[in-house]
Design a protein around this ligand. Structure first.
Ligand code: VG1
Ligand code: CO
Length: 541
């Protein structure tokens, strides 16, 4: 073992999802090492324990894994399980931590951020429940990274990550496993593969876009090998270290090909895509994009159709900016529902306590208590199981849902790469005016309530303050504004718009037209277009 002196860099500012910086920053001497050593210093159970390691295959994945293996051995980890070629999706890591009763996992990914030498890299520590480490742990890791003065490593040859098998690094066992099999097996326990296979054989067509990211090999095994989907229906399934130059972010801008396919006359019946690390999903039907908030509501209402959920669900949780469509389903079903801050870590306690079965975020993340992460392919399979049971197409399912529950029109407007100070000023400025907002009227809308979202965890009573500003209207509509915690360039301001139309109201086909009045109020109250000098958002999803 060798000990190397180091000086602390700015470490993990607890963001929404781990440490995420440019590749160039991660290449600075000691940067990754400082962060990894800080984890070992804080999470003492890793000494003598098992650690799961893998990433989304982006540039620097292999280098980082070799560093982590040497440091794990020097820090007394007993066993590291690595994915073949260094690949694991985020949900696969979560599943493996639970399956192997591991003490934790390291996910190497910057999720939907672009990759390549000029792109981003990231690392996230997941705890022994399989979920993103809670704030108390990420805060402690951050504090440690600011004072660290040395790290432990070993000198060794690089390990060949392409060979499945067992080896040793000093006293530490290393097992390289196939990245896909265990995860695919888990999916077979939750969904009716026979029924889905029969649907695919009879009268079904689909397009799945892996965006040259980690879900490619998973999609090939699950959809093609196990379910019989034609391989041509799976696009961009070869993982590339720069994702083919794109952002592996499944939204109308970056998954343009898929959207074009699904809105063409010759569109298949079902479309889906996942992001860089495989934890997100989008769902489309012929001529329709299902907003992730609606997808959460539909899954909540129909999960019992899948074998893994046939006894019903205990409850549902959504992140605060996610539309309240799922709440309406939960109310009708008589199960608990929760509103948590943005980021999957806030679902962990509710899942561990058995209070919820399903959870989701507007940013295209949905999952259940089978793991402690969002799970892109799980959501796609859940939809396929629902389609196979209901024998309706996606459009028909959505129309039936809205006519039963009313419709929460929804869109997120992202202003990316804007000046950080200006973006922060917009939020602070509205925050100071919050006490004066209730009662103000704008055309047909009157503000009923405005606040800065604060969350008290019902399980451990921990508090998270200032998680975004909510402005609600008497009509049941609202907007939310918050700053992204995952960007690496400047700041990203997110404006979330939601308009509720009850069962009785007239449904509008054009989502953006339906939301225009709410957007106009948000712009008037914040003056954000002028203040940011942007006439329109960079991405609407
Ligand atoms: C975004 C999403 C959030 C998600 C997070 C991590 O965070 O809005 O819902 O949990 O990314 O997702 P932010 O702070 O930029 O809004 V992933 O796929 O990067 O793990
Ligand atoms: Co992701």
């Amino acid at each position: 073992m060798i000990t190397i002196k180091t000086t602390p860099f700015e470490g993990q500012k607890p963001g929404t999802s781990g440490l995420r910086k440019s590749v160039k920053t991660f290449q600075e001497t000691g940067y990754l090492e400082n962060f990894v050593q800080s984890i070992f210093d804080v999470v003492k159970t890793l000494r003598g324990g098992t650690l799961i390691v893998g990433g989304d295959g982006r540039y620097y994945n292999d280098t980082a894994i070799q560093t982590i293996l040497r440091m794990s051995s020097a820090n007394g980890v007993a066993h590291v399980i690595v994915g073949k070629d260094g690949l694991f999706s985020t949900p696969a890591v979560s599943a493996l931590i639970r399956q192997h009763s591991a003490q934790g996992g390291l996910v190497l990914s910057a999720s939907h951020n672009p990759g390549g030498p000029d792109g981003d890299f990231g690392i996230k520590f997941n705890s022994d429940n399989g979920g993103p480490a809670p704030v108390s742990v990420t805060d402690a890791i951050f504090a440690r990274s600011l004072e660290i003065s040395e790290y432990q490593t070993r000198q060794s040859e690089d390990l060949d990550l392409s060979q499945i098998g067992k080896s040793n690094l000093a006293d530490m066992k290393i097992t390289i496993i196939d990245s896909v099999t265990d995860y695919a097996d888990l999916m077979e326990t939750l969904f009716d593969f026979d029924k889905i296979r029969a649907m695919i054989k009879s009268d079904f067509s689909m397009c799945f876009d892996a965006m040259h990211a980690v879900t490619g090999p998973y999609a090939r095994e699950i959809f093609h090998n196990r379910l019989g989907v034609n391989i041509d229906a799976l696009i961009n399934i070869i993982p590339l270290s720069d994702f083919g130059g794109g952002h592996p972010d499944p939204n109308p801008v970056y998954a343009r090909t898929l959207f074009d396919t699904m809105f063409a006359d010759s569109a298949p019946k079902f479309g889906a895509a996942s992001d860089g690390d495989g934890d997100r999903n989008i769902i489309l039907g012929k001529g329709i994009f299902v907003s992730p908030s609606d997808s959460l509501a539909v899954i909540t209402a129909n999960a019992h159709l899948a074998p893994g959920y046939k006894t019903g669900i205990k409850g549902v949780s959504r992140s605060m900016p996610t539309s309240r469509a799922a709440d309406r389903v939960a109310q009708k079903m008589g199960v608990e529902y929760f509103e948590t801050p943005t980021g999957w870590k806030y679902f962990g306690n509710l899942l561990d306590a058995g209070r919820i079965t399903i959870c989701g975020e507007e940013s295209a993340g949905t999952s259940s208590d089978h793991i402690r992460e969002k799970d892109g392919l799980w959501a796609v399979l859940m939809w396929m199981n629902i389609l196979a049971e209901k024998r309706l197409n996606v459009m028909e399912i959505m129309r039936a849902h809205w006519s039963e529950y009313g419709r929460n029109y929804y869109a997120r407007h992202d202003y990316e790469g804007v000046d950080k100070d200006k973006a922060e000023a917009i939020v602070t400025d509205l925050m100071t005016r919050i006490p004066t907002l209730a009662g103000q009227t704008f055309g047909a809308e009157t503000i009923s309530k405005a606040d800065s979202f604060s969350y008290t965890d019902p399980v451990d009573n921990s508090v998270a303050n200032d998680q975004g500003l909510r402005v609600e209207f008497e009509s049941g509509s609202r907007f939310v504004i918050r700053l992204s915690g995952t960007g690496t360039v400047g700041a990203t301001l997110r404006l979330y718009l939601e308009k509720y139309v009850p069962q009785s109201g007239p449904l509008e086909d054009d989502v953006h037209k339906a939301l225009a009045p709410i957007e106009a109020i948000a712009i008037e109250l914040t003056d954000l277009k002028n203040k940011l000098d942007r006439q329109k958002p960079s991405v609407i999803s």
